[in-house]
Ligand binder design. Structure first.
Ligand code: OFO
Length: 166
């Protein structure tokens, strides 16, 4: 059984994961319309992954006797100045999500909910991987000039195709 505090923070996370999926979907659409097909593919895949994260929270809360609430999702930004700004926003968002996951760990410890603490560790590790992947992309962008963006975009596709965690 979940404590009230643990249930409340897990339900809040459903909305955050749903928004992540929505945000990356909007970014994918922007990238597609801006000619960055590889980046669009990467972002569509990220959006699906975030949707799966949301479902994990829904299932876990219900399994543990809580009540999952499916929230309204706010409108993500429509436009970006350029591809660099887009990835900076992804990085900022992932760091924000890592902070939320850490808060969940904190509440689990306070309420001595060691089962949920154990369950949430998957997300702790996932966030390390996601932050690392986005940081790698930003590092690549910082190394190249504008004329090389086409090659960069192809490189992002290969990151997905070779199974590099993104
Ligand atoms: Fe960005 O990964 Fe969900 O939690």
């Amino acid at each position: 059984m979940l404590t009230q505090k643990v249930e409340k923070i897990l339900v809040t996370q459903i909305e955050k994961e749903a928004y992540s999926s929505h945000l990356y979907l909007a970014m994918a659409s922007w990238a597609e319309n801006s000619g960055f097909e590889g980046t669009a593919q990467w972002l569509y895949a990220q959006s699906e992954e975030e949707h799966m994260h949301m479902l994990k929270f829904v299932a876990y809360i219900n399994e543990r006797g809580g009540k999952s609430i499916i929230p309204a999702i706010k409108q993500p930004p429509i436009d970006y100045a350029d591809i660099r700004e887009l990835f900076e926003q992804v990085y900022k968002h992932e760091k924000y999500i890592s902070g939320s996951i850490n808060e969940i760990v904190g509440i689990c410890m306070e309420d001595k909910d060691y089962s949920t603490n154990n369950w949430i560790q998957w997300f702790v590790n996932e966030q390390i991987e996601e932050e690392k992947a986005v940081k790698t992309i930003i590092d690549k962008l910082n190394l190249i000039g504008a004329h090389s963006l086409y090659l960069f975009d192809k490189d992002i596709v290969s990151m997905r195709n070779t199974g590099t965690k993104v």
